[in-house]
Design a protein around this ligand. Structure first.
Ligand SMILES: Cc1ncc(COP(=O)(O)O)c(C=O)c1O
Length: 501
């Protein structure tokens, strides 16, 4: 018999039937937390979607030849991809089992082969997979200056003017828009795409729509990339589109994208043994969204509205309404209201503390927390009972801290105007002996030889080749004081950083 150990995923998760005498740690813990918790976070699973009932018994592989090949695509796979393209408003679709992370690599690899010396102009709030793929494929990645609400540490969409001026100045062959943002803010995608296409007919528009797999199915949500006329987009269907973790889709329109190169990338970078269970969950999500997506989203938006109205009535909590955001930040054209941003600073607690109490005391999981805010994501499975229980918990938290409340302030800024000293490509070519590790406190003025991504905001703040300015060093020093912030860097403690010699 296999002895269960602390690191056994299956015991901690308890996903599957427990075999007598065998207990895995992860199976156990996951069962425990997921069954009782209220989850205002991804994945947005709905248990009424079709599902593979017994994943262990149903798992199969490409040896099952009559099914066809998922990565080539043929047989049943070709059929489900074509069906999805139709459902999501695309001409072509591929399924990913490595999230949008994998899809970004596939798309950028194909584009780098289609266009020599590729220059991509992007909004700054990119996922780290974009930076890594550009680094690996020798793509010159250029950024628009970010728009940031520093008080709440929110990355906002770029303005139309910034986008048009950026294109005129840098003359890219690909424009990359990250839309909607993590918090569901969307720019005027249709207008921007049609203006850009009119002025630059050759420019390819690529949208990282990781947070928008549900958008196509409701006219109460921001317009999605395919409907707005983008050439290609990537979606994390597992986030808000109803499929299992890891899954995503690549959608594109016939025309500017070289189909052969994209399929070649798909074959080269995708595993040759994708989980058919995950692919089936994408197909099931497609089916429900196509048939009942509108009604499901209507229900979620009703829950979101009730939830945000009730949070607004609790002293100490302030919800960012769509009207407030649009009035104060004109680059926001539309908002996905299934995302509820709450300023908790009036309770005297910071966002990390509120999230921590919610999870530890009430088993309520929020999507994200920050210094002054918490973010609730309304998933398909949310109910009015979840709203009630969460409102009760928030009211209790507000009551408990009322007496000594002092509004939490955010006393540092996310650095902007970061000088790029060396191109990404140049730093990538440096050998191990041409870079060195120095204490963070000595890094001011040095050139970064690593990418650094704090979570939140989950956006690479330092990219290879950029300068460690005093402002950036100070930012990391302050961030280190918040023990809930996870910093993805070579030295996670951020005592030291890697720089060019
Ligand atoms: C904008 C953006 N792109 C890509 C990704 C990566 O997506 P995935 O987790 O599906 O790999 C994320 C993840 O949060 C994201 O926010």
């Amino acid at each position: 018999m296999i002895q269960s150990t602390h690191s056994n995923i299956y015991t901690k998760l308890k996903i599957y039937k427990k075999v007598k005498h065998e207990r895995s740690h992860l199976t156990h813990v996951l069962n425990h937390v997921t069954h009782k918790a209220i989850r205002w976070c991804t994945p947005s699973i709905d248990l009424t979607f079709a599902q593979v009932k017994n994943p262990y018994a149903s798992d199969t592989s490409i040896s099952h030849e009559s099914l066809g090949y998922p990565s080539d695509p043929s047989g049943i796979f070709k059929k489900i991809y074509d069906h999805a393209a139709n459902a999501y408003g695309a001409d072509h679709t591929l399924f990913s089992v490595n999230g949008t992370t994998g899809s970004n690599f596939m798309v950028l690899r194909a584009l780098s082969k289609q266009i020599p010396n590729l220059r991509v102009l992007s909004e700054r709030n990119v996922h780290r997979s974009i930076v890594a793929a550009c680094e690996d494929y020798g793509i010159n990645l250029l950024f628009l200056e970010p728009n940031i609400n520093q008080e709440h540490q929110l990355f906002l969409p770029n303005t139309e003017k910034e986008i048009y001026e950026g294109i005129a100045k840098t003359k890219p062959q690909v424009l990359l828009l990250v839309n909607p943002t993590y918090e569901g803010m969307s720019l005027n995608l249709k207008k921007i795409i049609s203006t850009v296409k009119k002025n630059y007919p050759e420019l390819i528009i690529f949208v990282d729509e990781a947070w928008g797999a549900h958008l196509h199915f409701s006219d109460k949500l921001p317009l999605c990339a395919m409907d707005a006329g983008a050439d290609i987009c990537v979606q994390s269907t597992h986030k808000q589109g109803g499929s299992l973790q890891q899954t995503g889709m690549i959608h594109w329109k016939e025309g500017r994208i070289n189909n052969d190169l994209l399929l070649e990338s798909y074959r080269s970078l995708g595993t040759s043994s994708p989980s058919y269970i995950l692919l089936a969950s994408l197909d099931a999500a497609r089916e429900v969204m196509e048939k009942r997506g509108r009604e499901k989203l209507e229900h979620m938006l009703m829950i979101a509205k009730r939830f945000s109205d009730e949070i607004s009535n609790i002293n100490g909590f302030k919800v960012f309404s769509t009207n407030y955001l649009k009035e104060n930040y004109p680059s926001i054209h539309e908002r996905d209201e299934t995302k509820i941003i709450v300023d908790v600073s009036g309770t005297g607690l910071n966002g990390y503390q509120v999230a921590n109490i919610l999870e530890k005391k009430y088993k309520i999981i929020v999507e994200e927390c920050n210094i002054k805010t918490i973010l609730f994501l309304v998933p398909f499975r949310a109910t009015l009972k979840d709203v009630k229980n969460t409102i009760d918990a928030l009211s209790e938290i507000a009551q408990r801290v009322k007496r000594n409340k002092k509004i939490v302030e955010c006393n540092f800024k996310i650095p902007t105007n970061i000088p790029r000293i060396l191109e990404l490509n140049e730093v990538t070519k440096l050998l191990w002996n041409q870079i060195e590790k120095v204490p963070l406190t000595d890094a001011t003025g040095r050139i970064a030889a690593e990418h650094i991504t704090p979570f939140p905001p989950g956006i690479p703040i330092t990219i290879k080749g950029e300068e460690f300015t005093r402002e950036i060093v100070d930012y990391y020093l302050k961030l280190k004081n918040y023990h809930n912030v996870h910093i993805a860097a070579r030295d996670k403690s951020m005592e030291s950083v890697w720089v060019v010699k």
